[in-house]
Design a binder for this molecule. Structure first.
Ligand SMILES: [Zn+2]
Length: 388
């Protein structure tokens, strides 16, 4: 039977495809590889040799491995949590990873965001692209798909298309509630995960009528009240690494149909040595999983200006959908600037630094502005240089 189920893969990541690839809501992958089932058994066995140490683990076996290879997982946010989860899933042989992140790599990320290096931070590489870049050298036999975008009500259905499981690597509550609603609406299991200081928590949220969703035990009010940022309270890399590994183990169990999937909210405090699983009841009046009212999913547009967690940057979204000709913009900006201004243009973003402001402009019209005093100043810098 396995002889027929053999995988064939074809590499499509040419330089030209890479240049065209990324950006705007949903991207084509520069790291896309495809497999079909018409190889001989020896070739199949050679392919599976990579995973031999986990195949012999009785909980997984060859059937489990095959399920992983056929699965598509979206990791939302490839920061401290997501970079660990994506790394583990890539090495474990999940066949298709869609990595979604709106942000770029900074030096203060390197303490805990294990996929990145100093060069990524110097070049301010978008995290989704840098993550896929590194992981494509770890496992070239899976599909890696970077999505450089702010996950929103407008693009979430498209980004979660054909996804079997969603992993939470987020740093903000608003997007978590949006993910919760989308996963219930589209029937996708997802795994909540969060870390602050040395404290962490994770919970499997399966779109099952009898199980609770995130909204059953957390409201937007309580979420934002508890939502201290890692820039203020700090975060240990051991805490993020541990809880992301816990989350990924549950992901592997869900994808392979294990009966050992954990129920309840797992909570750990690595500094004070506390580990427990809290039983969570379904809220019989829950707006999401009982009444099917999708407050965040129906909120098109969202907020235009957001201060990014753990940095001195402000993100500004365009007021209408856009597809910017970045090279042309770079030429225009260069004409109107003095020779101290630094402008770099990549296929997926434009870096502009005139000594006062550093701005990263993405193809979808989104911009990240560093060192703006407040949201109002960020908006006026945005309209000066991007104007959407
Ligand atoms: Zn609920």
């Amino acid at each position: 039977m396995y002889a027929e189920a053999v995988l064939k893969f074809k590499k499509l990541n040419t330089q030209a495809q890479q240049r065209e690839a990324v950006v705007q809501g949903r991207s084509l992958s520069p790291y896309r590889l495809r497999y079909t089932c018409n190889h001989s058994e020896p070739e199949y066995n050679r392919f599976m040799e990579r995973y031999s140490r986990q195949i012999v683990f009785s909980g997984l076996g060859r059937i489990g491995q095959k399920k992983l290879l056929e699965a598509t997982v979206a990791v939302v946010g490839v920061g401290a949590l997501g970079s660990v989860s994506a790394n583990l899933l890539c090495r474990a042989g999940v066949g298709h990873l869609r990595l979604i992140d709106r942000d770029y790599v900074e030096k203060n990320n390197l303490q805990r965001q294990i996929l990145y290096n100093e060069e990524d931070a110097e070049k301010r590489y978008p995290k989704a692209v840098a993550a896929c870049n590194h992981l494509s050298r770890v496992n070239s036999e899976i599909i890696l798909e970077p999505v450089v975008a702010e996950l929103s009500a407008a693009n979430i259905e498209q980004i979660f298309e054909k996804v079997d499981l969603v992993l939470d690597g987020l740093d903000n509550w608003e997007t978590r509630f949006l993910v919760n609603e989308a996963c219930y609406r589209f029937g996708i299991p997802w795994i909540y995960c969060a870390a602050l200081g040395a404290e962490t928590m994770s919970m499997n949220l399966l779109p099952d009528e009898n199980r609770p969703c995130l909204r059953c035990f957390m409201s937007p009010e309580s979420g934002s009240a508890a939502g201290q940022s890692c820039a203020v309270a700090g975060v240990l890399n051991m805490a993020t690494g541990m809880i992301a590994a816990v989350q990924t183990a549950e992901a592997v169990k869900i994808l392979t149909g294990s009966t050992e999937i954990r129920n309840g909210l797992f909570v750990a405090d690595l500094w004070n040595n506390r580990f427990k699983t809290i039983r969570i009841e379904k809220d019989i009046d829950c707006p999401v999983c009982v009444h099917r009212r999708y407050e965040f999913l129906n909120r098109f547009g969202g907020s235009r200006v957001t201060r990014l967690c753990g940095s001195n940057s402000i993100q500004v979204m365009p007021s209408k959908p856009a597809q910017l000709p970045l090279e042309m913009m770079a030429e225009q900006l260069a004409k109107n600037s003095d020779n101290r201004t630094k402008i770099e243009v990549y296929p997926f973003m434009l870096n502009f630094d005139n000594g006062r402001n550093h701005i990263q402009i993405f193809q979808d019209g989104r911009a990240i502005i560093e060192n703006a005093r407040d949201e109002t100043e960020a908006l006026s810098i945005y309209s000066e240089y991007v104007g959407l």
